[in-house]
Ligand binder design. Structure first.
Ligand SMILES: Cc1ncc(COP(=O)(O)O)c(C=O)c1O
Length: 375
């Protein structure tokens, strides 16, 4: 099946682009000796886990279900972090994960009887209280009042018995410079513990596969950490794995007019790309420009009831028509994992674009997927 034969809406993941990203990540692993994990919260298309497994060391999970997915579909290193676990979750996690990062001393101690009797390596998430992002408090674990990670003031003076690792995650779509800065803050606040641990997890938010990312700076930092502290270094990017490796293809269902032409699409920001409203951001759209850059400016919108379900204003050389297809880019990440069926809107199919140009439909959704989550 070719791209233009796919039904819309459809998330189409580009195998070639995914593999190019994976090769960059593999090179970082090989040159530095670090280990890279897929953050499944960002991208969990398990159909491609065997491909991902060829290049990087495993997965990280935000809780039991993602950990189970990695265990069943990837079968490599399996790490997990959550601010809190139930006893039942901890019991299952200790059977399938090899690393757990706890968010508090309370959680560490609450579950001690379970993890101490397993082979899991346990760590603590720390908060270096060093913000490197502006204007995105919702994505800043170092923002004032953050619940994520233990601050130095709340960290004990001696490492609790059994703790083998430390974890920090503070970045979002960032370069190597803020990482280097953040590591300095970690050394200043938590440096005394670094010689006592076996592993250090630098979290995600590293845009390693973006063209202008400073790969050498990242590699130098990892080599420095490994040689100075003799620890295993982990990185757990989500976005960098599938950055620019997927599309959301949609069809124009209608065009209405109110100050400007408004395209009603068979996709929705609220349902199929919630980060567009949450973050917020304007997703790239193939063959389009900013408002008024090209001859015809239109508002791209959806068929939900939400007045604000607007993807953005875009301009085109040729005025779009009903039944035309539009292609949103960079839609593999934080899309399928966050979508929903608000208004009973159909979920997009999931498809894979193979290197020879053939498309494989991996999954189709129906009324049963909508009804199945309700009662
Ligand atoms: C603890 C943790 N690790 C990894 C990630 C992945 O981040 P990204 O997809 O931005 O690389 C996140 C994202 O929120 C996170 O919270």
């Amino acid at each position: 099946m070719k791209i233009n034969e796919l039904n819309t809406p459809v998330y189409l993941v580009d195998e070639d682009k995914l593999e190019k990203n994976l090769k960059i990540l593999q090179n970082v692993e090989q040159e530095t000796g670090c280990k890279i994990l897929l953050a499944q919260k960002c991208f969990s298309m398990f159909k491609v886990y065997p491909l991902i497994a060829k290049y990087i060391s495993g997965c990280t999970a935000s809780g039991l279900y993602e950990a189970l997915l990695a265990h069943e579909e990837m079968g490599k290193e399996n790490h997990v972090f959550s601010p809190a676990f139930t006893k039942d979750e901890m019991t299952q996690i200790c059977k399938i994960c090899d690393h757990i990062s706890f968010n508090s001393i309370n959680q560490l101690e609450l579950h001690r009887d379970i993890w101490e009797n397993s082979n899991v390596s346990v760590g603590l998430r720390i908060n270096p209280e060093h913000s490197t992002q502006e204007g995105h408090e919702i994505y800043d674990p170092c923002a004032k009042g953050s619940r994520l990670g233990i601050t130095r003031a709340n960290f004990p003076n001696t490492l609790p018995k059994g703790v083998e690792g430390l974890h920090f995650h503070t970045l979002c779509e960032q370069d190597a410079v803020p990482l280097v800065e953040t590591f300095k803050a970690v050394e200043e606040k938590f440096g005394e513990f670094l010689p006592q641990i076996k592993w250090l997890n630098l979290g995600g938010g590293h845009h390693i596969t973006r063209d202008d990312y400073q790969l050498d700076m990242l590699k130098d930092l990892i080599k420095y950490i490994k040689s100075k502290y003799n620890v295993e270094v982990y990185l757990e990017p989500g976005e960098a794995v599938a950055l620019n490796a997927g599309y959301l293809i949609t069809t124009v269902m209608d065009i209405v007019d109110n100050s400007l032409p408004i395209l009603i699409l068979d996709t929705s920001a609220a349902c199929h790309m919630p980060d567009v409203l949450e973050m917020p951001y304007r997703p790239p759209l193939k063959n389009s420009g900013k408002p008024n850059e090209k001859a015809f400016t239109c508002r791209l919108s959806s068929r939900t009831c939400l007045a604000g379900d607007v993807i953005g204003d875009y301009s085109f050389d040729v005025m779009p028509k009903i039944n035309d297809r539009l292609v949103f880019e960079d839609m593999a990440i934080y899309s399928m994992v966050k979508n929903n069926t608000f208004n009973g809107i159909t979920l997009p199919d999931i498809a894979l674009l193979h290197k020879n140009g053939d498309c494989e439909i991996v999954k189709k959704f129906s009324y049963n997927d909508f009804k199945g989550r309700l009662s």
